[in-house]
Design a protein around this ligand. Structure first.
Ligand SMILES: Cc1ncc(COP(=O)(O)O)c(C=O)c1O
Length: 319
């Protein structure tokens, strides 16, 4: 995967890719004090469009507030404009977008008030997060030996950079064991989520998903719930036990990077028929239609990036 692009937006300027660098003593690097988003831009008949951009930027700002930043240098509208500018200037029709708010200076006494928030936005071309076969065949998962954060240990509603050490532990273990993805249990032992996706089970035509308390409030999760409701499928939030996974008709996960993907095997147990189940398939197709602008929900969920117009001079850093 190449993460290369022409420009990266940093604090109001579009810098050439090679110049978007930070000092070794940037405190965010040492203490994980940052908040980020993962967003995607898709091609549509009307041009490139970002999926649920406002929702992502609002979650980014909320994550920064949860982390303790009292003020940020940019508003939600500023950041939405900056994302659109970054995609447009790079000339991408489809890409992954990574905004990051981070502690750029100060804070060495572990007090965020002593530091300053800075913001960067990168974008790069990226398609299949869990591999090209995953969308069609589904993937194999294990229950991680690592527990998901307790909500009062690390704030599970916020995409705080430091929280993702937990995802790294689980995902690395999972891949080393020969699986594709890890499922994490919350401290009580019920199913929480995967390292970067929310999880659903299907049993007798009804969908069940863990309640939001210990997990990230996924924007894809919310979209999938809406798409299921549109099709008259009941979705219930309830505790999900490990053995409910094993006995489900279908299990699927969803997230911005992974989209909507079936789990065909968990802990060496085949799930359902071992292929993508009909409800997973239907929701995967509806989701793909929504992100590509051909679903009745698309208009309210897509923000078009606009023409690849000239970038205002004040926004382009001198190379
Ligand atoms: C831990 C975790 N859960 C769930 C998700 C899915 O969230 P979203 O659908 O907003 O991408 C993500 C991805 O950001 C994640 O990192």
């Amino acid at each position: 995967m190449s993460m290369h692009s022409r420009y990266i937006w940093m604090d109001g300027e579009l810098l050439p890719y090679e110049r978007a660098t930070l000092h070794f003593l940037t405190p965010a690097l040492h203490y994980g004090v940052g908040a980020f988003e993962g967003i995607r831009c898709y091609s549509t008949k009307e041009g490139p469009a970002v999926f649920r951009l406002y929702d992502h930027i609002e979650r980014l700002v909320q994550s920064a507030r949860v982390l303790g930043f009292r003020s940020l240098p940019y508003s939600v509208d500023d950041l939405v404009d900056a994302v659109r500018l970054t995609v447009r200037t790079n000339g991408f029709t489809e890409c992954y977008i990574r905004p990051l708010i981070y502690l750029a200076g100060g804070g060495w006494n572990l007090n965020i008030d002593g530091g300053r928030a800075a913001v960067g936005i990168a974008a790069w071309e990226w398609t299949n997060y869990l591999g090209s076969e995953a969308l069609e065949r589904g993937v194999r998962a294990n229950i991680s030996s690592f527990t998901r954060h307790h909500p009062n240990v690390a704030m599970t509603k916020a995409k705080i950079t430091g929280n993702y050490a937990n995802s790294f532990l689980a995902k690395t273990e999972s891949v080393r064991l020969g699986f594709d993805e890890a499922i994490l249990l919350e401290p009580q032992g019920y199913v929480a989520e995967c390292t970067g996706e929310n999880l659903f089970i299907v049993k007798r035509g009804r969908i069940v998903t863990p309640d939001l308390a210990p997990v990230l409030e996924g924007i894809t999760r919310d979209s999938i719930v809406s798409l299921a409701h549109d099709r008259g499928i009941e979705v219930v939030e309830a505790p999900v036990s490990r053995d409910q996974l094993y006995t489900a008709d279908e299990v699927f996960v969803c997230g911005t990077a992974a989209e909507c993907i079936g789990l065909r095997e968990i802990d060496h147990r085949v799930i359902g028929t071992g292929t993508m189940g009909p409800i997973t398939k239907m929701l995967q197709e509806e989701y793909r239609a929504a992100v590509h602008g051909s679903h009745m929900r698309s208009q309210s969920w897509l923000t078009y990036v606009g023409e690849a117009a000239a970038v205002p001079a004040r926004k382009l850093a001198r190379a």
